[in-house]
Design a binder for this molecule. Structure first.
Ligand code: FHN
Length: 427
């Protein structure tokens, strides 16, 4: 009977094109990832010189011949890997995901595949990913690489997709040769930087119907580093061979930003990414900074949705991170130092987030995060066998009463926290 089931499952997997079985090391990485809850996203590239975001080449229709003048001006002498990693660590972040290559094709690492990279093409001539990899190891953070599959610079990225039409490339190219190039770069990233957290792909949406050879690329990554997690920001349900699923500028299941209309929440570990202002890459004029309170609320709502929060900074061309970002990250870290118990290592639930807030759980504890509630009584769905309720902040008892279909928490105004009132229910 058992054997029949296994054969049937294997047949079903083949029939639905599913063949990837994560290794034990990969499963452990997934559990680590789900416990980690907060990461730092870094969009840094030669585009930072123009201070107009990472899409500037496409948006301003800059042809390759012009764009290729940027690396000569990119000299981030003030970059300090230890400073960046300490900043992330003090913010309570457990991992960093940095652009190894964005859509402009410029590699931010020492690739041997072409000279369109920070080591060969800039006066600085250093490999920041190597320095970050070493520093992350030293400070105990994991490092992921964001790698754009879409490429506005490579001649073989052909036929073109929706974007990158104005780069001035000849109308020919061999897409398989481009994918070989990309795999060769990935091989470098997975062999020259020690153990990495994973690869965060982006850009498949540029030509969704192309043959991306995903199984070959994902297989290469898992063969080189079985524990490395593969995710792709294709805005669809996860494909075979992926280990986590991400949502851009939206919580899982939502589509307020327009990226996730075809997305479906799958069963893999989840992550949601957001910016502090409105830009991913450095944008000198974007001053619409979210408040620390808003960022903490996003973290809490992500955790309540069982997802990590990957919060972005776009460093400046001199290698520094602008003070508005640094301050907010430090403030988030201060909050996490006091309230981290209700975030790290938790899972979302036992019920889905509500307008007033979200809940997380760990072991016999449920953390009720009240983010936005003005009345003294808050009704929450029933949680069986609750024995006690207390404020996380100071252990003070919270009155609660089980009523038909739910539980009432008494939250006097004077005891409310302006950012997040956390009530711990013990079962
Ligand atoms: O086009 C990119 C964008 O520049 C940025 O990298 C974000 C991050 O999620 N993703 C893409 C758009 O889907």
């Amino acid at each position: 009977m058992k054997r029949t089931l296994i054969v049937a499952a294997a047949f079903a997997a083949l029939a639905f094109g599913q063949s990837y079985k994560p290794s034990e090391a990969n499963r452990q990485s997934r559990a680590w990832f789900q416990d980690a809850k907060l990461g730092l996203f870094i969009h840094w590239g030669v585009y930072s010189v123009l201070g107009n975001g990472e899409w500037v080449m496409n948006n301003q229709k800059i042809p390759i011949a012009e764009y290729e003048k940027l690396p000569a001006k990119f000299n981030p002498t003030e970059f300090n890997a230890a400073e960046w990693v300490s900043m992330a660590k003090n913010a309570g972040m457990k991992y960093i995901t940095i652009t190894s290559k964005h859509h402009d094709g410029f590699a931010m690492f020492a690739t041997k595949q072409n000279r369109w990279n920070i080591v060969d093409a800039t006066p600085w001539g250093k490999d920041p990913l190597k320095m970050l990899a070493d520093e992350c190891r030293r400070q105990g953070l994991k490092l992921f690489f964001y790698h754009s599959q879409l490429d506005w610079h490579h001649p073989d990225y052909y036929p073109r997709g929706r974007t990158g039409q104005t780069a001035g490339r000849s109308e020919s190219g061999d897409f398989n040769r481009y994918l070989d190039f990309m795999d060769a770069q990935l091989q470098e990233l997975l062999t020259n930087y020690g153990d990495i957290g994973g690869i965060w792909f982006d850009g498949m949406w540029d030509k969704p119907d192309a043959e991306w050879r995903l199984q070959k690329t994902y297989g290469l990554i898992h063969r080189l580093q079985p524990a490395a997690l593969v995710g792709s920001n294709h805005h669809l349900k996860p494909f075979d061979g992926e280990d986590f699923q991400m949502f851009e500028k939206d919580l899982p299941g939502q589509n307020t930003a327009g990226f996730n209309d075809k997305s479906e929440v799958g069963s893999l570990p989840l992550e949601t990414c957001e910016t502090i202002n409105n830009a991913w890459g450095y944008n000198a004029s974007d001053k619409r900074f979210k408040s620390t309170k808003d960022l903490i609320h996003y973290l809490v709502r992500s955790a309540g949705n069982n997802a990590n929060f990957l919060l972005n900074v776009g460093p400046m061309p001199n290698g520094k991170i602008q003070p508005e970002f640094v301050t907010r990250l430090a403030e988030m870290g201060d909050w996490l130092k006091v309230n981290g118990e209700a975030i790290y290592g938790t899972r979302g639930g036992p019920f889905a987030p509500r307008n007033w807030g979200a809940v997380t759980e760990k072991g016999n504890k449920v953390y009720v995060h009240v983010l936005d509630w003005r009345d003294e009584l808050l009704a929450i769905p029933a949680i069986p066998n609750v024995k006690s309720a207390a404020m996380l902040k100071n252990g003070q008892k919270v009155d609660f009463q089980n009523v038909s279909g739910g539980t009432l928490l008494r939250l006097p105004k004077a005891r409310m926290d302006p950012v997040d009132t956390i009530v711990v229910l013990e079962r």
